[in-house]
Design a protein around this ligand. Structure first.
Ligand SMILES: [Zn+2]
Length: 259
């Protein structure tokens, strides 16, 4: 154990202590190229396994919202709508976004879906997968974890998918930490506001999620993105800044009409 801590500290001193988009210092030492490769591999597998929605209405809506938001982040992003009634959404390193049709039917408006997508993109921009890999696995398991997503049947493969936030179908839930959730919330709300979506709808969205999660079957989305008591308060406290960005976007003519 002591050796492990020494190893982490040594790696940290060498190169790995970086700063997240919100200014939090992170221990991140896995090569981004390989973490992205993991995301791409997992996304490819999903596209082969899961039916993709052919609804032009849903595809248009999701692409319109993701397009407006990723305009603010730069980079090439791919969004795929999966035919799946469970309300879920995810984003993977390598700039891949997946949305279930069940999420599209759950939200009340484009702004709530923008809040979901912004939050997911926030996890990717803040390199949370890399941070989790660095913290939890790299030291003990070595680079084997990277290849593990190609073998989802193995224990290591399931762990790797859990780390990407995709483990639920294998019964491996690895919820994001409260720190990661808050950070994705802040990044996501600013992003949606900059793209011209009403950031106040993020609060409605999380309230709606919590309500939906109290049904007979808890939402997969909420088990990987756990809510904490101060989430709404934190969002409310952050709202003046987000509203400023929203008003600025509107005055620049950014007024998306996705539905
Ligand atoms: Zn989250």
């Amino acid at each position: 154990m002591f050796k492990k801590i020494l190893h982490v500290l040594a790696t940290c001193l060498l190169s790995a202590c970086v700063t997240s988009p919100t200014g939090r210092s992170q221990l991140v030492f896995m090569p981004d190229a390989q973490i992205n490769q993991m995301g791409l591999q997992a996304f490819d597998n999903l596209k082969k396994q899961k039916p993709i929605s052919t609804s032009s209405k849903y595809n248009q809506l999701a692409n319109c919202i993701a397009g407006a938001i990723t305009q603010e982040t730069g980079g090439n992003w791919e969004i795929v709508v999966f035919e799946d009634a469970s309300p879920n959404a995810f984003a993977l390193p390598g700039n891949k976004i997946g949305v279930h049709t069940g999420m599209l039917t759950l939200v009340d408006n484009q702004d709530q879906l923008a809040a979901v997508i912004g939050h997911e993109i926030g996890h990717v921009l803040a390199r949370h997968s890399n941070e989790r890999a660095s913290q939890e696995f790299a030291v003990s398991q070595g680079m084997g974890i990277i290849q593990a997503v190609s073998a989802p049947q193995t224990a290591l493969g399931q762990t790797a998918l859990g780390m990407l936030g995709l483990g639920a179908q294998y019964g491996i839930l690895m919820p994001y930490s409260r720190t990661h959730e808050s950070e994705a919330d802040m990044i996501g709300v600013d992003l949606m506001a900059k793209a011209g979506f009403d950031p106040r709808q993020s609060i409605n969205l999380w309230q709606k999620m919590e309500q939906a999660s109290q049904g007979r079957q808890p939402l997969e989305f909420m088990s990987t993105h756990p809510s904490h008591a101060t989430r709404i308060q934190d969002l409310e406290r952050h709202m003046p800044q987000a509203m400023g960005l929203f008003q600025q976007a509107q005055s620049q003519g950014k007024q998306p009409h996705c539905n």
